[in-house]
Ligand binder design. Sequence first.
Ligand code: PHE
Length: 456
Amino acid sequence: MGQNERVTFGSKLGVILATVGSAVGLGNIWRFPYMLGENGGAAFLLVYFICILILGLPVMLTEFFIGRHTHRNAAGAFKAMVPGTKWSLIGYNGVLAAFLILGFYCVIAGWTLEYIWQSVTGGMHGKGADQFKLEFETFSTGVVRPIAWTILFLGLTHVIIVSGVKNGIERASKVMMPLLFLIMAVLCIRSVTLDNAAEGLAFLFKPDFTKLDSSVILSGMGQAFFSLSIGMGCLITYSSYFNKQTNLQTTALQVTVLDTLVAVLAGVMIFPAVFSFGIAPTAGPELVFITLPNVFGQLPFGSLWSFIFFVLLGLAALTSTISLHEVATAYVHEEHHMSRGKAALLVSLGVLILGTISSLSFGVLKTYTVMGLTFFDLLDYVTAKIMLPLGGMMICVFVGLRVDRKILKAELTNEGTIPFYFFNTYAFFMKYIAPIAIGVIFLNELGLIKWMKGFF
Ligand code: PHE
């Protein structure tokens, strides 16, 4: 598709909402709390914040540069900038990551549909924490129900992808984002007024540095990349739909701030309740799904709150699955000259297979593990902790080495029409700090740094 026929997002608000829509999702509300719980609490939060600031922002801005500069999909962008080189591998890494993330993400997204259903049909009142847990376990280890919801969720994503960027993505995001903020604020208030809430807040905000080890740092970095949707070309793809007036700097800042805010809100919503109801913070992927029903049970009209919350969570997940699907679909459509509809179908069918196996890995396939990880965990680990940070690192290395600073600055300042006061700082972080920090974190996790220390 030529540059001129390419669609763009309709309005300034649309740009931000769609990008925030991609960033804000299960990553913030489902993955962030359980990662934090498994990694010792506030120390993880601190690592996460630092990663957002020194890695997240520069990588996001760099992706925006690549996407809007080339107006191409994640792989095509590199082909357009440096034809015939291996740099396009960064794009392929991203396309593959999108596909693999969808393969586990749509399972959790499907769970939100089950909870919407439960809110409508079942009561919340009179059930204790153990019963909510048991119900969750019965559901998630089952075969037909979770897979059916996964398929339904994927179907919804598919339909929106086929109906195009502007009508689907932009419209969906515009309505749900403000609503999501609102309901999370209400739930935070309820949660911090529960008995024992202070313990949960201390877990979230009072760092215990003895908990800090290489795996906490890797997890914090992975979470930052996952939550911001960076390192895999998603934001390259989205920014390829930005127009020449979009202010890339403020967009990056707004998306980052909003995304981080939602994660912190999720923490405040979950942890006081976790401690109040005696749930283990280390419960893993089910944490949110066993904690929140207890909170709803404590509210008047609990089922109604539950219904609204899970609808919004489902929608937040949907705007993220759309962005993931779009990475893969735009790639197949544009690089393999297939119609958009066919490309989308191919992607959906592939994801369906992965999603089914992921879903079963909570139940009948639980014992099939690789390095102690179930299929679901493996997809999560490989993408969030390896492919995204590696992709982000390579994006920075690429722009740092191969792109003329003048071109970079011209794009990020809209041809000099808007100022970029911190350009040199940004360029320094992008070129040196981000790649080196990510590299060191990898080496540290692999134990290589410890090993090297043995020589001195
Ligand atoms: N950022 C999304 C979330 O937090 C997930 C995602 C990751 C979406 C990578 C796109 C790309 O839920």
